[in-house]
Each structure stands twice: as structure tokens, then as C-alpha cells.
Design a protein around this ligand. Sequence first.
Ligand SMILES: Nc1ncnc2c1ncn2[C@@H]1O[C@H](COP(=O)(O)OP(=O)(O)OP(=O)(O)O)[C@@H](O)[C@H]1O
Ligand code: SF4
Ligand SMILES: [Mg+2]
Length: 357
Amino acid sequence: MTVGSSSSAQILVDVRNASRHFDVSLPWLNRVLERKPRQILRAVDGVSFIIRQGETLGLVGESGSGKSTVARLLVGLYRLSGGSISIEGKPVESLQRPEGRSLRRRVQMIFQDPYASLNPRWRVGRIIAEPLVVHAKELAQAGSPVHDEAQRRHRVDALLGQVGLSAADQNKFPHQFSGGQRQRISIARALATNPDFLICDEPTSALDVSVQAQVLNLMKDLQRDLGLTYLFISHNLAVVRHVADRVGVMYCGRIVELAEKRSIFARPLHPYTRMLLDAIPDLNRTGPGRVAVAGEVPNPLNPPTGCTFHPRCPYANARCRTEVPQLQPFENEDLVACHGVFEGRLNLIPNSDSPAA
Ligand SMILES: Nc1ncnc2c1ncn2[C@@H]1O[C@H](COP(=O)(O)OP(=O)(O)OP(=O)(O)O)[C@@H](O)[C@H]1O
Ligand code: SF4
Ligand SMILES: [Mg+2]
């Protein structure tokens, strides 16, 4: 089953039951001496979603819920422990192999901390030009040859202009720029190879609110102009509201709700989604559907049984404590993993205050 959108646009990314488990056990000898069992951390545990050409899927969830691990699986930086991921019908494993270079050119990632991801000893021109050197052959095959220094400089000029910086900025070093400008440089570098799909892992979280808005607007403009597809990761639902078409909510390595943005904000189904929404001050959600922010994220090495959210959930019952809820459609195309929703135990009052409704 493909999961997550009724639109007729072409499916670009297809993630099916993807898992990534980390073995975080002590070394063998310590385990034997201290009589400790092997410890497996299920960072991503059976995640499924699709992303259609030209859309933005937002992925939200608290720290440690597995968002960055999903991002790394999508670019082939981590191996899957189970399930499958394909981009344009090709398995993601091929991205790290020679035959996957052409696809790798078209899948790029933008990270949270632009300072850490930009080489401080390189001038900006070289930073942005590097992918042009690495993917010179693929760019030539795609009809955008960048063979020599002059062509590269010309292309870097154009990229800097596209992200609102000037051609003269090529000669500067990253530390000469503000946080927002550095993120613009990261975006220019990601755009250098003419990608189709950008994975944005908290790209604006380190920025001040006003700068954040400018960078988000730039990313939206670039999406419209270049026909880009985004996976946009953030722990902040307010940011996701600004950019996403659909939203996936992650908790303890699983997607607990996956729906159109409008539905998520107008009628959040999962109690965890409601909790995240109630943490946004300007949404002013009130009434019986309200779930106060409470409790702590569970220890990922010893997650709760059944629904992993049950220790924090005001609606939990005996079934919730033993049976894992599966992500399934509720009424329309919106998907939710919650026994309470399907048993009619939750008071699903639409949120009339929602600005997205
Ligand atoms: N390489 C690794 N080895 C062991 N555990 C890992 C590794 N990478 C991630 N984890 C663990 O997997 C879980 C999910 O981590 P991940 O970084 O994907 O979360 P996240 O949702 O991106 O969190 P944040 O919002 O803090 O960035 C965490 O418990 C984390 O400690
Ligand atoms: S399955 Fe039960 S515990 Fe989990 S969110 Fe739904 S009602 Fe709460
Ligand atoms: Mg992360």
C-alpha cells in the first residue's frame, strides 16, 4: 500500500515500512562481565509515506523522534534495517553506488547548522562550486555542462543571485556572513546540481524568527520557480504550517498522524498532534479537544509497550497499553495511529480558531 496523498501528481518518493535500528550495546566483553543484554535502539520503526512531485511534506516531532534518521535514510547515508525506500522508482541503496550518481545529483540535503556544514577554510565560491566539480559528468549528461573554471564561476554567480546574495560574496569566507546568509549559501550549494528533491533538516531552527521567515519565503519561492519537491523537517509546527502541503507527525520512531496540513491544524486527530498544537501560543486552541503538554519523551532503549504515547495520553486505556496502533485512514485520506480515535473515545471537536482552516 502506498501511504499518504490523494493527489494525481507523480510519486517521487515512496517509503514503505522503513526501519533503522542501531545496536548500542556495550562491547561484547563488558556485556558478558556485567551480564547486560544486547541493546537495540529503534530510531525509525516501520515508517511509510509518499511524497509527490512538487509538494512539501513536513515532518514534525520532538527531539529524538527519528526525523533526522528518516532524512539520512532518504539520502542513503544510513542503511535500512528493514522496509524499502525508492526515489523515482529506484531503490535508495543505489544512491551510494556508481550507477546512482545521476539520481544523487538530483537529491540534496540542507542541514540545521549552516556553519557546521560549510567548510570554514574555503571561500564561498569554492563551497558552492564543489558539487559542480563532483557531478560534472552528470551535469553534462543532463545538458548543463560546467567544464571549466569560468563556467563554474558564472554558475556560482547565478546561484548566489538566486538566493539573494551578490556575486562578490564568492570571495568571502563563511564567518563573514550572518546565520541567515550562511543558510542561503547552503541553499545555493544544494541547488548547484539542479536537484529535484531537497531534504531540509531543520534548516531554519538555528535562526532568529524574522530571519527564519525570510529564509522560509526564499525556499517557497525557489520551490515555485524550480518545481522542487521538499521533505521539510522541523520540531516546530508553526514553521511547518508555513511551508508544508501535508504533515507527518513522528513519535518514538513511528508516524502517528499523516494528513493534509489543513486537517492537521483544523482537526488534529492524534492526542500527540493536539499536544504539539497546544504548545503553539498563537493558535489558542480551547475546549474539550485540548491536550495539555505533559510528560517526557520515553527512553528510546526501553519504549512503552502498546502505543508508545500511552504514558502521556489522557485517553489511554488497557488496549492502548498492550496493542500497537497501526496508521490507517480515518474518514477520508487522513491517516492516524490511535485506538481512541477509531473507538470514538476522543472528543473530536474541530478547532475553529485554526488560522489554516
Ligand atoms: N548513529 C546513531 N547511533 C545510535 N543512535 C542514534 C544514531 N542516530 C540517531 N540515534 C538515536 O535515534 C533516535 C532518533 O534520532 P534522530 O536524530 O533521528 O531524532 P530527531 O527527531 O532528528 O531529533 P532532533 O529533533 O533532536 O534532531 C535518538 O534516540 C538518537 O539518539
Ligand atoms: S492509542 Fe490510546 S494511548 Fe495511544 S494516543 Fe490513542 S488513545 Fe492515546
Ligand atoms: Mg534531527
